[in-house]
Design a protein around this ligand. Structure first.
Ligand code: CTP
Length: 403
């Protein structure tokens, strides 16, 4: 796992009186695992669902509750807590607490801290869907967003009250992405980035296909890195089991031909294209409409070549910055240089598919970045998240002219 952007950050977690308060225990743990310092403020309602003792044990820190605790009075927590932290995260935030924020009330410790805070405030609502969609709640949410508080919208699904709809506390990966984005320089803001990821599948009959061992991890890490840096991201993904990052638009495709269509139809709108997908170079020349039956002897497959998507992009390229990948098992640099030139790329990322640490499906990668200008940058063994960030560092360096 990459060193998180939340490592060393001081985060104040406000926990309100919703059944989703139990999820705040995991949020505390997850933030601690990423290296953040966590201080918890529990409202009276929150403390009815989860004991402050639990948060004290999980955060390894003092938990704040009452506004008038004599032992804390000298430290003026209702003012200073919002000044001593890098961020306030309110999760779960109830309808009642959102009213307090919208009205500027300061009748409990959490609302007073938020009113006096100088750091960003991120609010993650959790409540019954009728409460959430009620015009009063929506108006209060609009008010706090207008004040500059950031909203992490709730998920839609089954709730503890047996109703369905929007109101479930956002999942941890969504909250984490939101927080990490706050601490990431927005050097891709205003850029449109297209990333391709995963394998393609080329059907042979209704049940079989030709494919490869790409997991999609590198491409999904690239899409997430671009999103965290403020880009508008379109991810064109072949079949894989990964959860796309929140805030990234995803087009799911199966075959190389579908990927070709999806990528080419969006190419003109893009500023940066990163072609990380492991596209099948060949497909069965015909796809049988019925399952192929077992016969004695060998089955010979007739394969047809697929179009090279990246080469087509290189031919059509105008203002776009084009990044390719080269999956190599030998002559890495020479092959990378050849593909960089032949496909008219601005940059190519060469990786060794033979090593267990860097090949398909691993969580780590060791790549060499070659640029059109002749630059060669060898990265060390890094997680795929770190590798993705380093690739965009290079892209940002080379496109600093606002291209
Ligand atoms: N690529 C593509 N369309 C294809 C094949 C490859 O867009 N039909 C892209 C990949 O997404 C990658 C780059 O081309 O960015 C290089 O892919 P790679 O498999 O390393 O090389 P190939 O060009 O297929 O050449 P070879 O198989 O001979 O190594």
């Amino acid at each position: 796992m990459a060193a998180s952007l939340l490592a060393g950050k001081k985060i104040l977690l406000g926990v309100c009186g919703s059944i989703a308060a139990y999820k705040a225990c995991d949020i505390t743990r997850n933030l601690k695992k990423l290296g953040a310092e966590v201080t918890v403020v529990v409202t009276d309602g929150g403390a009815r669902f989860v004991s402050p003792l639990t948060f004290a044990a999980l955060s390894a820190a003092r938990v704040y509750g009452s506004m008038f605790a004599e032992a804390e009075a000298h430290a003026i927590p209702h003012i200073n807590l919002g000044r001593q932290h890098d961020l306030i995260l309110v999760a779960p935030a109830t309808a009642q607490t959102i009213v307090r924020f919208a009205m500027g009330l300061a009748d409990d410790l959490l609302s007073a801290v938020v009113l006096a805070a100088t750091c960003p405030v991120v609010v993650c609502p959790a409540m019954n869907s009728k409460m959430y969609t009620h015009p009063a709640t929506q108006a209060n949410i609009k008010t706090i967003v207008d004040y500059g508080y950031q909203l992490v919208e709730p998920a839609t699904g089954a709730m503890a009250c047996k109703e369905e709809g929007p109101g479930r506390l956002a999942d941890w990966p969504v909250i984490r992405d939101h927080l990490e984005r706050l601490f990431t320089p927005q050097d891709l803001a205003g850029r449109r980035v297209l990333v391709t990821a995963g394998p393609t599948e080329e059907p042979l009959d209704p049940v079989r296909f030709l494919s490869n061992r790409s997991s999609g991890k590198m491409g999904y890490a690239l899409a997430r890195a671009a999103m965290l840096r403020g880009a508008e991201v379109l991810l064109v993904s072949g079949p894989c089991c990964l959860m796309p990052p929140a805030g990234v638009e995803v087009l799911h495709v199966r075959t190389a031909a579908q990927m070709y269509e999806a990528v080419l139809s969006h190419f003109s709108e893009m500023d940066i294209v990163v072609k990380c997908a492991a596209v099948s170079d060949f497909r069965p020349a015909t796809c049988a409409s019925e399952k192929l039956k077992k016969k004695d002897g060998a089955l010979l497959l007739d394969l047809a070549g697929n179009a090279d998507i990246l080469r087509s992009l290189g031919d059509k390229k105008q203002q776009q910055f084009l990044v390719g990948f080269a999956a190599e098992s030998q002559n890495h640099l020479a092959e990378g240089k050849r593909k960089l030139a032949e496909k008219n790329l601005d940059m190519i990322v060469v990786n060794d598919i033979k090593s267990r640490e860097t090949g398909f499906q691993s969580d780590t990668n060791r790549v060499t970045i070659l640029t059109h200008q002749g630059g060669v940058r060898e990265l060390q063994l890094l997680s795929k998240e770190e590798t993705a960030m380093a690739i965009f560092d290079e892209v940002v360096n080379l496109t600093g002219d606002g291209r």
